[in-house]
Design a protein. Structure first.
Ligand code: PML
Length: 272
């Protein structure tokens, strides 16, 4: 099997001290059989070239042999929380994270990261109690990578999400990523706000409540976004990073999609 990763960007010409900045246009990755490399790469290039955020002047594609058998996991169950405003979204983020074992200080710190206009390239790694950020590089962050979904599981997931009217690349890929992150025992929850100004649904995920989509997590047009992985206070940081970035993980079984539920229904239905 191989891991195939794509990243498309536009050079902005602006430079900071370390490197020239580039504007992220799109990205995708998966774990595939060698036989489909050509087809997947073609699809990734088509996708990178036709993105609404602009025409990239650079598309990086990395194809890497996977030398250890991927860990096979089940995707998190999916729900969408009933939420009609950005203020309510903030209350629900706080409530879901507190109930997952994240402290109020850590939630406040995470919100600053997730709504920062200076969008990080990866995610912040944050201690769930102290709210301390422990990622080695605050610009790069941590990239959950070497992840994918089997052909069969993708078919099933697409059908399930189709019925709920949420079957898009964005939802499927965010769910696969969140499912890998949640299967790391040291991670207790994740918060994600898309950096796409027009994409206003984010999520809070955890083993406890599953993948909870939060509409109106930001207002349309807001130029900010970010991801935070909350880890147990004294976890071995380097092991967590090695798992999230390097351990191949393949979703090969799919949990249910429970549709649109109220906060109380979601809290009453937790999964452990
Ligand atoms: C991103 O990749 O930009 C984040 C996507 C969040 C998806 C939330 C959803 O609609 O389920």
């Amino acid at each position: 099997m191989v891991s195939i990763r794509m990243r498309a960007s536009i050079r902005t010409g602006k430079k900071n001290r370390k490197k020239s900045a580039d504007l992220h246009i799109s990205g995708a990755e998966g774990i595939y059989d060698r036989a489909v490399i050509g087809e997947v790469v073609e699809g990734y290039i088509r996708r990178a070239s036709g993105h609404s955020r602009g025409r990239p002047d650079r598309i990086d594609i990395k194809i890497e042999k996977i030398t250890t058998a991927p860990k096979k996991i089940r995707s998190l169950p999916v729900t969408t929380i009933t939420c009609r405003s950005a203020n309510t979204a903030q209350r629900y983020i706080l409530e879901l994270l507190l109930l997952s074992g994240v402290s109020e200080t850590a939630v406040q710190n995470a919100v600053k990261v997730a709504y920062n206009p200076m969008v990080m390239r990866g995610a912040s790694l944050m201690c769930a109690q102290s709210g301390r950020r422990v990622e080695p590089d605050r610009q790069r962050g941590i990239r959950a990578s070497r992840l994918g979904i089997s052909h069969n599981a993708l078919d099933i997931l697409s059908r399930i999400l189709d019925k709920a009217g949420i079957n898009s690349d964005t939802v499927r890929e965010a769910l696969v990523l969140a499912s890998k992150v949640a299967c790391c025992k040291e991670v207790i929850a994740e918060l994600c706000v898309s950096d796409d100004p027009d994409y206003t649904t984010g999520y809070v995920s955890s083993r406890k409540f599953g993948y909870v989509r939060v509409p109106h997590i930001k207002r349309r047009g807001q130029r900010c976004g970010g991801r935070v992985f909350f880890v147990r206070e004294n976890s071995a940081r380097d092991n967590v990073i090695a798992f999230l970035e390097k351990k191949p993980v393949l979703v090969d079984d799919v949990s249910e999609c429970l549709g649109v539920l109220s906060i109380n229904e979601i809290i009453g239905k937790h999964h452990i």
